[in-house]
Design a protein around this ligand. Structure first.
Ligand code: CA
Ligand code: CA
Ligand code: CA
Ligand code: CA
Length: 326
């Protein structure tokens, strides 16, 4: 699975994360050993974004999907979104560009180690072919989902047709954002062959510019080239509302302190972690968010209704769980 940077599992120790970071660095080094090292700096974010957006728009203007099958499903319909070119006999089909919704996501050039320090708005295009009957996950939730990733050329590079749990912050930023637009289903039906179906699950598709995907660093051997826009089709089955991945009492989405939809850039104790050799553990994975030796769970109050409050003992405006000196 190329999508995953991490696998779901118990990731309670900071050491595990550090180990993953080390392994990632090791594998990055290995890649370079086998060839002459030519370091090509990433292209400017604004330039790539404009180019990707034009490419995606052109695709959306010239393609349609099998919306008629979704409107009047044949008995044996598999509820897969099929994309095709508009031409000849299909010239009257409704273009994707007239059916998609968009969301705008600011991306910092820092994300790709560019030092021009700019924020570039990226457009993500999405469409629900079948609206789910449930609620929508946030970008901080675990979702039970089936997906398929393809390039605009139609080449499929990744996918899983059965539902698996994905903790969205571990996946591509654009993918998590796209999924958060879709609704999940309801009851679970177990099939004799061990697979499950979710009644009324959501079925949707999204088109991501590379700045919300792999940019200049696609997985080796994936068939994805640098700066390729990606298309993901998803079937959203279930999600865990208020997922609290580090189990510190605070739902992951509330650990996105700067509220930018990216959970990996909120790390209250970053300087303490780096100086103590712990590595970088963002708040949504950190059980002691201020590194003061008192677990976050013991620095917040959760009442019998599940409401969370954040005491600020020294009244300095920083709640105790984010305050290393109180
Ligand atoms: Ca954030
Ligand atoms: Ca931390
Ligand atoms: Ca935390
Ligand atoms: Ca504290």
């Amino acid at each position: 699975m190329y999508l995953a940077g991490f696998k779901r599992g118990s990731m309670k120790e900071k050491g595990v994360i550090l180990l993953i970071a080390v392994l990632t660095i090791l594998s990055a080094c290995k890649k370079d050993d086998s060839q002459d090292i030519v370091i090509v700096p990433p292209r400017a974010l604004a330039e790539v974004e404009a180019e990707n957006d034009a490419t995606i728009q052109e695709y959306l203007q010239t393609h349609y999907y099998n919306y008629e099958e979704f409107e009047n499903p044949p008995a044996d319909f598999n509820y897969k979104i099929v994309l095709d070119t508009i031409s000849g006999v299909t010239k009257d089909k409704i273009r994707l560009i007239d059916q998609v919704s968009t969301m705008t996501i600011p991306v910092s050039s820092e994300t790709f180690n560019l030092d021009d320090d700019v924020i570039v708005n990226h457009k993500l295009y999405y469409l629900a072919a079948r609206e789910g009957i449930g609620e929508s996950p946030t970008v901080g939730d675990s979702t039970f989902i089936a997906y398929e990733g393809q390039l605009l050329s139609g080449n499929v590079f990744d996918g899983n047709s059965t539902y698996t749990w994905q903790y969205l912050p571990f996946f591509l930023r654009g993918y998590a954002a796209g999924v958060s637009n879709f609704k999940v289903g309801g009851d679970i039906i177990s099939n004799p062959d061990g697979t499950v179906e979710i009644v009324g699950s959501g079925i949707g598709i999204m088109f991501l510019p590379s700045g919300l995907a792999y940019y200049n660093n696609p997985p080796l051997g994936s068939g994805i080239s640098n700066y390729d826009p990606l298309v993901f089709q998803v079937n959203t089955g279930l999600f865990i509302k208020g997922t609290d991945y580090d189990n510190d009492g605070i739902p992951s989405i509330l650990e996105d302190l700067n509220n930018d939809g990216n959970l990996s850039n909120d790390n209250t104790d970053e300087s303490a972690e780096l100086s103590s050799g712990f590595g970088y553990v963002p708040n949504h994975l950190d059980r002691d968010d201020d590194q003061d030796g008192i677990l976050t769970r013991d620095e917040i109050v959760i009442d019998s209704q599940g409401n969370i409050s954040f005491p600020d003992s020294d009244g300095d405006g920083t709640p105790d769980y984010l305050d290393a000196d109180s």
